[in-house]
Ligand binder design. Structure first.
Ligand code: FAD
Ligand code: NAP
Length: 325
């Protein structure tokens, strides 16, 4: 069991964490980044990425994350193969975190970049056909369904926004919802109902995603009509599960302010939490945009704010030292 002392500790290795690390290292904070169970974050479970700026050709998510990691290491970040299981934020600075390995991390400033995971239905075929017709991100994958027939599953704001967005690409969009009314805001519902390319299947749940992952991918959904209890096959080229996201914030419950959805609350327009020296960036504090580029952007902001915070601490310490002389 070792103790690692650093000016800047970053928890999470998605675009937010790696970007914070690049900026933190270049600001001479010699950051330590703890990678967690999914090194590289959510983009490692996708294939084509077409909307990350700087690449004319399609790039692969896992490759992009390897490049970000290499860049963060190159400028001086220390990567730790560990997962944080406990944090102590109320007595800092320094802040303390304990890894699954038993190692302790002690830092003047902390950047939380633990991301969020899309919720899945947990029905047969969903994982096998993931990236082969089944997706949880219309902004990321909608483009691949130009002129095709797609379904969106869910009844909240995300599902309605995804359905509306998909009309830019797909020939037809069917929203499939388990009840007979939506949870989404009225204005979004209004746009949805008026849209000529969208229809709604009420009171239906997905029992199964069907198709061959090795040949052609998703072909249809097996739906259950909850009113009459009968199953039907529903042919689609793509299906978007949009039943919400779960931020990875269990670790911070009772230690940081979280909103009703479990997201870390930050001062609007900044990565600053209510605890000075503790910053949050990326999907863990953003339930609206949830993109790699926005995660990277807020990661940069978190490192810049951490640098200012640490500089302030150093001035304070110098002041105390001078007063003591
Ligand atoms: P994440 O990428 O979620 O990373 C979180 C990190 O935190 C992980 O490394 C995890 O291991 C770590 N972590 C969690 N808990 C702990 C802990 N206790 N200790 C240590 N580490 C921890 N966006 C786009 O812009 N374009 C796309 O094409 C695109 N495609 C996508 C396809 C799919 C299938 C999915 C799921 C998402 C896609 N997105 C896309 C969204 C994008 O991936 C996310 O917005 C982005 O990854 C968020 O970055 P993040 O750094 O905030 O968090
Ligand atoms: P949400 O509001 O929790 O809605 C989830 C939807 O998925 C609900 O309609 C729910 O059905 C359905 N659902 C959940 N589990 C399901 C399951 N196992 N099978 C079938 N359906 C299931 O999630 P969200 O839409 O992602 O929104 C999350 C938060 O972000 C909300 O506060 C929302 O307002 C906010 N948000 C805001 C914007 C915006 O302001 N533009 C955009 C996106 C999200 P029931 O209705 O039956 O429960």
């Amino acid at each position: 069991m070792a103790t690692h002392r650093t000016k800047l500790l970053i928890i999470g290795s998605g675009p937010a964490g790696y970007s914070a690390a690049i900026y933190g290292a270049r600001a001479m904070m010699e950051p330590i980044l703890v990678q967690g169970l999914q090194p590289g974050g959510q983009l490692t479970i996708t294939t084509d990425v077409e909307n990350y700026p700087g690449f004319r050709d399609v790039i692969q998510g896992p490759w992009l994350m390897e490049e970000m990691k290499a860049q963060a290491e190159h400028v001086g970040t220390r990567m730790m193969w560990d997962t944080i299981v406990e944090v102590e934020l109320d007595k800092g600075p320094p802040f303390r975190a304990i890894g699954d390995s038993g190692d302790e991390y002690v830092a003047d400033a902390l950047v939380i970049a633990t991301g969020a995971q899309a919720k899945w239905l947990g029905v047969p075929g969903e994982m096998e056909l993931g990236g082969k017709g089944v997706s949880a991100c219309a902004t990321c994958d909608g483009f691949f369904y130009r002129g095709k027939k797609v379904a969106v599953i869910g009844g909240g704001n995300t599902a309605v926004e995804e359905a509306l967005y998909l009309t830019n690409h797909a020939e037809h969009v069917t929203l499939i919802h388990r009840r007979d009314e939506l949870r989404a805001e009225r204005i979004l519902q209004d746009r949805l109902f008026k849209h000529p390319k969208i229809s709604v299947k009420w009171n239906h749940v997905v029992e199964r995603f069907a198709g061959d992952p090795l040949a052609g991918g998703l072909t249809h959904l097996v739906l259950r009509n909850m009113e009459i209890g009968a199953d039907e096959d529903f042919a689609v080229d793509g299906a978007f599960v949009a039943i919400g996201h779960a931020p990875a914030t269990e670790l911070f419950q009772g230690k940081l302010e979280l909103d009703d959805g479990g997201y870390v609350v930050v001062e609007p327009g900044t990565p600053r939490t209510a605890i000075p020296g503790v910053f949050a960036c990326g999907d863990v504090m953003d339930q609206v945009y949830r993109q790699a580029v926005t995660a990277a952007g807020t990661g940069c902001m978190a490192a810049l704010d951490a640098e200012r915070y640490i500089a302030g601490l150093e001035v304070e310490l110098d002041g105390h030292a001078e007063a003591a002389e």
